[in-house]
Ligand binder design. Structure first.
Ligand SMILES: [Mg+2]
Length: 407
């Protein structure tokens, strides 16, 4: 058996360091943000974030049995070690890869601090100084999130005018790219299971897209998310109905597992399609790219395997002339990790921001001003991720009875 614990031993003395502990903290924002800290005997600590979801902190804690004592500078070897050590219990995909993503990001932060280099430089290059952000928006007054699920007030709260009003507000605040959800409760009538959109449902969505386009003009990039709801034939009809509005992309139209269905949809329309946020590791995204079943690929670096794995996905996308726009619903920690990735890959486009309703979002970091300015985030140039957590804010918003990080 290949043994990823069997590492090379010759290194400079100041790089001969070891992991001493790994801590986690779940911060309750609009989603549950899984933060992770990796401590070392060199007195340097790395910070990372894994995608939301239950059990991630327990999986991260499990890895301590083989990561404590390891050299944290072997970032990619340790990612492979986690996948291999846990391959018999789901390690090649899903939540184990999500947990490994958070650890991997913390290891890059740690390695950058040890080497005195920003993470983008460790990843190979800096293509841009600031990253354009797209803002995920929600229309209607009754929007609420409970454990990541959207609660709707009924169709009346989601008239096209409500979308247009929100779109204008968000664009006026500086964003040049925005996204709305386009799946609605009425979509499940008359049948909640078959994924079919009737003509009235498609017409309602077309009216929403038309109203948003009209409100913000032609120069704002618009994306719309369908959350994997529809059948291939309804997806085709919807995508075709939206063709006149030149949107940036239509996201996750059909369920996520089946590349051939996605490819069939892509062949049927000139509306650009995006997908990828719930696929793991390069293995689950390659076919989408080589088959040109997607126009903009949207993996989530905090889910799919971390920054190096996301770069491997970006490489395959670039090889096929496909841009990458990372999915991101993270706290500022995971967001800044994505910012470094977007700085380091040639084919990065807009990065998601999904916390408009959390007014303390960037208070989680010690900083001089708002993290997002003019719809962009500046790429930090300090070593590692170039961020410092405000531990008081972390403690204030820790989920459950715990306060702050614990191992
Ligand atoms: Mg989405």
């Amino acid at each position: 058996m290949r043994d990823f614990s069997n590492h090379a031993t010759v290194r400079p003395a100041d790089h001969d360091i070891a992991i001493t502990d790994i801590e986690t903290c779940v911060v309750e924002g609009n989603f549950e943000w899984n933060l992770v800290k990796v401590h070392t005997d060199a007195g340097v600590t790395g910070i990372g974030e894994a995608y939301r979801g239950g059990g991630i902190d327990e999986l991260i804690a499990y890895t301590k049995r083989f990561l404590v004592g390891e050299n944290p500078l072997d970032v990619e070897r340790l990612f492979r070690r986690i996948v291999q050590e846990m391959s018999g219990h789901g390690g090649t995909t899903g939540k184990v890869v999500t947990a490994a993503s958070g650890i991997e990001i913390a290891l890059w932060d740690l390695a950058g601090k040890v080497y005195g280099l920003p993470v983008y430089q460790l990843l190979g290059s800096k293509y841009r100084d600031r990253i354009r952000i797209y803002c995920d928006c929600h229309a209607g007054e009754a929007y609420a999130v409970d454990d990541g699920f959207t609660e709707y007030a009924g169709d009346d709260a989601y008239q096209p005018e409500a979308y247009a009003e929100t779109a204008a507000e968000v664009v006026n605040s500086g964003f040049t790219a925005i996204k709305f959800d386009l799946d609605m409760p009425s979509d499940i009538e008359p049948d909640p299971y078959n994924g079919r959109l009737d003509n009235a449902a498609i017409e309602r969505k077309r009216e929403i897209v038309a109203a948003v386009r009209d409100a913000v003009g032609d120069d704002v990039d618009l994306a719309f998310d369908c959350h994997w709801d529809y059948s291939v034939e309804s997806g085709k009809r919807l995508a075709r109905a939206l063709e006149p509005y030149d949107i940036m992309w239509l996201e996750d139209v059909v369920p996520p597992e089946e590349t051939s269905a996605q490819r069939e949809l892509a062949r049927s329309t000139s509306t650009p399609l995006a997908t990828g946020e719930n696929r793991f590791r390069v293995h689950e995204l390659s076919e989408l790219l080589y088959e040109h079943a997607v126009d903009i690929v949207t993996p989530d670096p905090t889910t799919c395997g971390g920054l190096a794995e996301s770069k491997r996905i970006a490489d395959r996308a670039e090889e096929n002339y496909i841009p990458m726009s990372p999915h991101n619903v993270c706290s500022p920690v995971g967001t800044i990790a994505c910012v470094h990735l977007c700085a380091a890959i040639p084919n990065a486009d807009v990065l998601e921001y999904h916390a408009l309703e959390v007014d303390w979002w960037d208070d989680l970091l010690v900083r001089g001003g708002p993290l997002i300015a003019d719809g962009h985030i500046e790429v930090p140039t300090e070593p590692g991720l170039g961020i410092e957590l405000d531990e008081d804010v972390v403690e204030e918003h820790t989920l459950g009875d715990d306060v702050g990080f614990s191992s």
